[in-house]
Design a protein around this ligand. Sequence first.
Ligand code: NAP
Length: 337
Amino acid sequence: MADVEQVIIVGSGPAGYTAALYTARADLNPLVVEGFLWGGLLQQTTDVENYPGYPDGVMGPEMMQQFRDQAERFGSRFLTDQASRIEPGADGEPHTVWVGDDAYRARTVILAMGAEHKKLGVPGEEELAGRGISYCATCDAAFFKERHIVVVGGGDSAMEEAIFLSKFGSKVTVVNRRDEFRASAIMVDRAREQENLEFLTPYTVKEFLPGEDGKALAKAVLVHAETGEERELPMDGAFIAIGHEPQSEIVQGVVVTDGNGYVLTEGKSTRTDVPGIFAAGDLVDHTYRQAVTAAGSGCQAALDAEWYLRDNPAVPTPASLEGTGDLAEAQWEPAGR
Ligand code: NAP
């Protein structure tokens, strides 16, 4: 069995990398299981204008590279792979993070898996994903040059995507289920300033349909949210930007989550209901969901983990005591909580 780590961080957005930075600076030698697409949702974002310290803004991927570099500078180690399972240790024993067939044991685990794009869940969405339907303008905008693009949603993400897409498409139509927008006024105003951008409200999407080839997206059936009237809207591409859901599958049944899958933590701390397992960032937060708040909670999780390790010293094992002469006096009870 491999050595027991002090801390393993699962996930790598602003929360994960900040937790890595702090635990590395606390000499805890963190191992970050960062996923294949490290950097989280910010890897799919363009300009970040609201992170303090970047007066001219910064591109999301560049910011994540900087977060990662800073954590690495103090000794964080990275595993660019996906954690598949987490097994809590019983009675203060180390926890196990599974990555494929490899088990990594750690006295503390910080969960920072973030969130992923929410689906509408309407007919045609799954079938036409990647064939006209996308969840990432930065990734796919170039496929829709001079085409009619629809953006579904009315939050800041939808506005950001729509503004970005208006540089590519001949026309962008934002479809929102209400006449009001959840997005901040400044983002709505900026969207309104785009000459080729229009709003269609209050409509919900009932269904996406392919064209005659049966393969690529060609139109959607919309329903007026108040009158129930249906209409068809032809389109070449649709970008769904209706929010996010937590990536908590691998900890379902391991730590307590709420009805929407967000990991629950104790009071203002990052402590989950399992001693030694902490959670931070969008995995926990369905209210603020900002890069800066995620980074802040990553810092809190690192400090909570550090204090847990301080207050729950490791129990010596026969292997760690071999040759020290202390073997006979060793206490074999597991560490307290
Ligand atoms: P959000 O604020 O939760 O907005 C989701 C939008 O999608 C709302 O308009 C919502 O409508 C709509 N929606 C949700 N489920 C839907 C469904 N099933 N069918 C149709 N419409 C649906 O999510 P977000 O826009 O991703 O933003 C998340 C957070 O990130 C926010 O705090 C936001 O400020 C922040 N953010 C900031 C920036 C920036 O400042 N540059 C950019 C992106 C995101 P209702 O309003 O009717 O619920």
